[in-house]
Design a protein around this ligand. Structure first.
Ligand code: ACO
Length: 708
């Protein structure tokens, strides 16, 4: 296998060939050559077409072999059936990168063909972008090798997109929205190059200030996580993802899977890696623009300056939603704003200048915010009034924006009003000033910028891998798979918990009523009883559980009740016995689990346990391995955190033991490939230092690991 070429040759090729260049101006092979020429690319352009001749004043070469110069990038735009031959010709010409525009591969079920092409290309020292792409734009090389819009605004935002049509739309929209691009890469079917490698290059590219991804699916999620975790410490990475959940939900048959499809996992993993997720293009472009133009704030203290009370309240809500901290020191606020605020206004944040505010009072308030070193960012809200000369608005905002930017203080504006206001918004927005007609849009920009700053200054925490006895665990899972069983019986799950040193209440499986009484007496009353059957997954629903049994008589009654109820509920179920367990002391019930995600590999999960899981469906996910800090932040995302901290005067619970358990279940799924899902629900958490006890453990095995 030849060495991989450096990615800079994709973004700064010295020569570009277009295989399938056409003089028919309706064809994509024409549009691409036209875009390369009109974009002002300075390298050599080689249109390739067996007919030869001339195209857009360039000589057309009958084949790649006829070209004398260096070709770093070949754009293939011939029908799918001709692609293999064209790629072979590229190899003979020592091409470094190939962009395969042609459709007709994995998207129509021909994944093998594109894999063969990608493998062949790599074996020849070439890399492939695509197939099924619309091309690449690179501002450094003034190269527009796409069949997207001709006009591109150069700038510092790099977009990597899986969807071609949407990518083309984003290219057009970026001009309208005044978002300058450093690159636009269409990755299509990702037979070879994918987002991970491209991000790695782009975060090191001086011309790129931030990266925006449009993703539909992520087959190599684990690799992506590794790259993007590092990348976001240097530059913002934003993502828009569509295609919510369907294959994840289908792939995960367990209880955990029914709580949340793959989209929740995607969301959690992006958050864990510091990637900013946008719901739609509008937010994404707004945030890109803001992050591109603004410098990181020196601190979190934000002040709202408004001439309307209602919009001030809306903005306060938006600040809470987007994690923007509203500065509260009344003495400082009074010192800065009392001279511009009438007695019936408010110097409390939001600073309400009231409907009486004129351009000069507004200007003064903005200056006061600028001059006060305790204030790090300002949100300017304006509602059109008859007292305020709207014609003064544009100049006032432009002036404030410039002064704030020079001082390194982020500022965003929201303007509400009629035609004059709308035209001011448009004019200012075209000048790159963050100005919006919606409070939430404006404040989300600030929230995203603060989140990015916080993420960048947060130290790298050590990613932990827990130690487990994987060999013992594998023996247990292999034995079950040999019986063609894809879930473990309670005693097997128990043995795995023992091997992983996760505490369990004492228990034994009784096969007769006498054994049940004997074991209960040995364990000590009170006890709990649960049916043991591979055919009954939801034991409570089948009447297979009895709690808090105080003596032998209760155990006998419960045994009979469990047996008859399970017979009725699941007449064909094979019942192996009844588990007699120690009645556990009450603690905080939470759920902890791990599963193998089709994209991201081992993923851990936690949340409020017991019945709350069903009712609240509120769990947090994290990709494994993870740092203790990340595990803690998962717990903090759920309502379990407040309870674990000790609600209503209770002692703080053993959160460290929960973190340890999360790491251990993650390690089991990572190291024991037979296991696809573990769910401990509930796991009782006791006071600090007293640890946890796994009450109910369910372990599913992966069908693909069945012994051959
Ligand atoms: N070397 C050089 N030229 C060749 C070769 C070759 N090996 N084979 C054919 N050609 C020439 C053809 O003669 C033709 O030139 P001509 O116009 O002078 O006759 C030219 O290459 C193009 O070939 P055609 O057979 O005319 O193919 P056409 O242009 O109709 O389609 C294309 C080619 C665009 C690659 C098509 O097969 C395709 O896949 N279209 C979909 C592209 C797409 O949507 N990609 C995803 C983008 S993302 C999105 O969804 C927007």
């Amino acid at each position: 296998m030849n060495a991989k070429p450096e990615l800079r040759y994709l973004f700064q090729p010295r020569g570009v060939a277009v295989v399938g260049a056409s003089s028919n101006s309706d064809k994509i092979g024409y549009k691409i050559v036209d875009n390369i020429v009109s974009g002002g690319y300075q390298g050599r352009i080689y249109p390739i077409n067996p007919k030869g001749g001339e195209l857009l004043s360039l000589p057309v070469f009958p084949s790649l072999q006829d070209v004398n110069g260096l070709i770093d990038l070949a754009v293939i735009v011939v029908p799918a059936r001709g692609v293999v031959e064209a790629v072979q010709a590229c190899a003979a010409k020592n091409v470094k990168f190939i962009t395969i525009i042609s459709s007709g591969f994995a998207e129509i079920g021909k994944a093998d063909l594109e894999t063969q092409i990608a493998n062949y290309a790599r074996s020849q020292g070439m890399r492939v972008l695509g197939p099924n792409v619309f091309g690449i734009y690179s501002s450094r090389a003034s190269l527009n090798a796409t069949f997207g819009p001709k006009r591109v605004k150069k700038g510092r935002v790099a977009i990597v997109t899986q969807s071609g049509a949407l990518g083309i739309a984003m290219m057009g929209r970026s001009v309208v929205e005044s978002v300058g691009l450093s690159a636009m890469v269409s990755v299509g079917n990702k037979a070879d190059l994918d987002e991970g490698e491209l991000i790695e290059y782009l975060v090191n590219d001086e011309e790129t200030r931030l990266v925006l991804l449009y993703v539909e699916g992520m087959p190599h999620g684990e690799r992506f996580v590794e790259t993007v975790r590092k990348a976001t410490k240097t530059k913002p990475v934003l993502v828009i993802k569509s295609g919510r959940s369907s294959h994840g939900a289908a792939a995960v048959a367990s209880h955990t899977g029914s709580l949340a499809g793959s989209d929740a996992v995607f969301d959690a993993v992006m958050r864990q890696c510091g990637v900013i997720r946008a719901e739609n293009l509008r937010d994404a472009f707004g945030w890109c623009k803001f992050l591109d133009y603004s410098k990181p704030a020196l601190g979190p203290n934000t002040v709202i300056i408004t001439n309307g009370g209602g919009i001030g309240v809306l903005a306060t809500d938006a600040c809470e939603k987007y994690g923007v901290y509203l500065y509260e020191d009344l003495a400082v606020l009074r010192a800065s704003f009392s001279k511009v605020t009438p007695a019936f206004g408010s110097v409390k944040n939001p600073v309400d200048l009231t409907g009486e505010a004129t351009p000069s009072t507004y200007q003064e308030a903005l200056n006061a915010g600028l001059d006060n070193d305790n204030i790090h960012a300002v949100i300017g809200l304006f509602c059109q009034t008859a007292v305020f000369d709207g014609n003064a608005l544009e100049a006032m905002i432009a002036d404030a924006y410039q002064k704030y930017t020079e001082k390194g203080k982020p500022i965003v504006f929201t303007l509400l009003g009629g035609e004059l206001v709308e035209s001011s918004i448009l004019a200012l927005s075209n000048r790159g000033i963050p100005i919006f007609s919606e409070v939430y849009e404006a404040i989300s920009c600030l929230g995203v910028a603060f989140a990015q700053s916080r993420h960048m200054v947060e130290p790298h925490y050590r990613i932990e891998e827990a130690q487990i006895d994987a060999a013992t665990i594998s023996q247990i899972t292999r034995a079950a798979l040999e019986q063609k069983r894809f879930f473990l019986l309670p005693q097997e799950a128990r043995a795995i918990m023992d091997a992983a040193h996760i505490g369990l209440p004492v228990s034994r499986v009784a096969r007769t009523i006498d054994e049940a009484v004997q074991y209960a007496e040995e364990i000590g009353f009170p006890v709990v009883m649960k049916v043991v059957s591979r055919d009954i997954v939801h034991k409570s629903d089948a009447g297979g559980v009895a709690l808090d049994l105080d003596d032998a008589a209760e155990v006998m009654d419960a045994y009979q009740a469990i047996m008859s109820s399970c017979r009725e509920h699941a007449p064909h179920a094979v019942v192996e016995g009844v588990e007699i367990g120690q009645m556990v002391l009450k603690g905080t019930e939470i759920i902890v689990g791990a599963r193998r995600d089709p994209s991201f590999g081992p993923v851990v999960m936690c949340g409020l346990g017991g019945v709350y899981v069903e009712v609240l469906k509120e769990v947090a996910f994290g990709v494994y391995p993870l740092s203790r800090r990340e595990a803690m932040s998962m717990i903090k995302q759920t309502k379990a955190y407040q309870i674990l901290l000790g609600a209503r005067g209770e002692e703080r619970k053993d959160i460290e033991a929960v973190i340890e358990t999360l790491l251990v279940v993650g390690a089991i799924v990572k190291q024991c490939k037979d296991i696809s899902d573990i769910e401990i629900n509930p796991i009782m958490v006791y006071e600090s230092g007293a640890g946890v006890k796994a009450i109910d453990v369910r372990i599913l095995l992966s069908k693909s690991q069945e012994t051959a």
